[in-house]
Design a protein around this ligand. Structure first.
Ligand SMILES: [Zn+2]
Length: 468
């Protein structure tokens, strides 16, 4: 209709119009290349969802090793176990890439209201925070609900314990209080800082997570309190009460520790030098059992290789599973991967990360050009049985980020129904029972099918049929 109008009004000669049309409609519409994948994809999804193998593997990991903070013996043992299990899965290649990681330890923690009336409040130190002197820090509290409010009351902050009771406005905007709160308060002369736990309000749940100290600003102790107690202190302050707090934290930073990225591969049968990476991080915070963040994502990525092995599917290109270490407090695993494989990044066809939980899958986030997008969208259309057909505007993840920036290859992330994610994120409630076995199985199936088709399709992702 539009074309005839354009030609009738003699705006563009017909020949030229047809050429424009041909190039405007992405070549991806030609999805003949996809047909041969209908059957193997159905097989992969059936194999992934026929039992709760992935959930049982995750339960073993989290029940046996618990949470796995960088530098902890638990992470070291879990890494050993994963490498041995990958070998038992008969993956073509299994290795551990050694990585030095920061070794922060929490120590004993306590928080008391010493005036107007003695109370003990649950408290959880923020990751990489400095500790207090052994006798603790006791001082008056200054309760504010934003950085702006602190700025406006900066003159009152000297020698105080600043309490940020910032309402949760989504992770992105709110996490700034966890990350930067200590340096903001220190700049105003505060002795320590308490931050309302960054996450959905729960049952007096404490959320930890990393902070960053700004260069040149005194490092002061920082900890999270529950939403309930942050509101309590706000009410007390609003009543004009003088609140005195005593915070004790035994946190300290030990010398860097040995760790590793665990690598498991299905070697490509035709183009082994071309690589599709699927990964998640194997470390966690030292609370809960690191099941949703990110044991589930790591196991789902791992399942990609195990499922293809059990189905004896050998794609043209190599599929490389990476269990990254140290995502939570330093990203050393992701940085090591970039540096160690820098020479191969141009042959990385795609990198996929799963680190947003393994609840019911909805699809993938994708960063890539139009041809990549239409090819991925076509593949995702085969994932209707597990509900993972949606392809969102951007994709990626913390661990693959450095390699994506350096190698500029297409990046994807597994997208799931995240409604509950920030309820348990970085809390003691991050345990395997929060994950439904069928959801994890679907996540593993979606990842395996996507990785398999991209690793096996005749043309390289982003190129149209027959350009190679
Ligand atoms: Zn994570």
């Amino acid at each position: 209709m539009l074309l005839r109008m354009l030609s009738r009004r003699r705006i563009l000669p017909l020949g030229l119009l047809l050429f424009v049309a041909a190039t405007a409609i992405p070549a991806a519409q030609d999805t003949a290349w996809l047909e041969p994948y209908r059957e193997p994809v159905a097989k992969i999804l059936a194999a992934a969802t026929k039992d709760d193998f992935a959930w049982q593997r995750l339960a073993y990991l989290t029940d046996t090793f618990g949470n796995r903070l960088s530098g902890s013996q638990a992470l070291t043992d879990a890494i050993e176990w994963a490498a041995a299990e990958m070998a038992r899965d008969k993956l073509d290649t299994v290795r551990k890439d050694p990585v030095k990681v920061p070794h922060w330890v929490r120590g004993a923690e306590s928080l008391e209201v010493t005036s107007p009336h003695h109370l003990r409040l649950p408290v959880l130190g923020l990751g990489l925070s400095v500790g207090t002197p052994s006798e603790g820090i006791e001082a008056d509290a200054l309760v504010v609900d934003s950085f702006l409010a602190l700025e406006q009351r900066a003159s009152e902050a000297r020698g105080k314990i600043v309490v940020f009771n910032e309402p949760f406005k989504g992770y992105g905007p709110t996490v700034a209080y966890r990350v930067n709160g200590a340096s903001q308060a220190a700049e105003a002369g505060a002795l320590a800082v308490l931050v309302r736990s960054v996450g959905l309000d729960g049952l007096r749940t404490l959320h930890t997570g990393m902070l960053t100290y700004r260069e040149g600003v005194p490092k002061i102790p920082a900890a999270a309190i529950s939403g309930e107690d942050a509101d309590r202190l706000t009410r007390m302050a609003a009543r004009g009460e003088r609140i005195r707090l005593k915070l004790t934290m035994g946190a300290e930073m030990l010398p860097d520790a040995d760790s590793a990225n665990v690598i498991g591969e299905i070697r490509g049968r035709e183009k082994p030098e071309e690589i599709v990476v699927v990964g998640g991080h194997f470390d966690s915070w030292d609370v809960g059992a690191g099941a949703t963040d990110d044991g589930g994502g790591a196991v789902a990525a791992w399942e990609v290789a195990r499922l293809l092995k059990t189905l004896d599917l050998k794609p043209r290109r190599t599929i490389r599973v990476v269990l990254f270490t140290n995502e939570e407090n330093g990203l050393r695993g992701g940085l090591d991967y970039r540096d160690r494989y820098r020479a191969d990044l141009s042959r990385h066809v795609l990198m996929i990360e799963s680190d947003a939980g393994v609840f019911a899958p909805i699809g993938f986030g994708l960063s890539g050009n139009e041809t990549v997008r239409s090819q991925v969208t076509a593949i995702a259309s085969l994932l209707a049985p597990v509900g993972a057909t949606h392809v969102a505007a951007t994709g990626g993840g913390a661990d693959i980020g450095p390699s994506i920036t350096a190698g500029r290859m297409p990046a994807m992330s597994l997208d799931v129904d995240g409604a509950k994610y920030f309820l348990i994120h970085h809390t003691d409630a991050d345990t395997v029972d929060k994950i439904h076995p069928a959801d994890l199985a679907k996540c593993a199936g979606a990842l395996a099918a996507m990785a398999y088709v991209v690793a096996d399709m005749p043309q390289r992702l982003g190129e149209t049929t027959g350009t190679r």
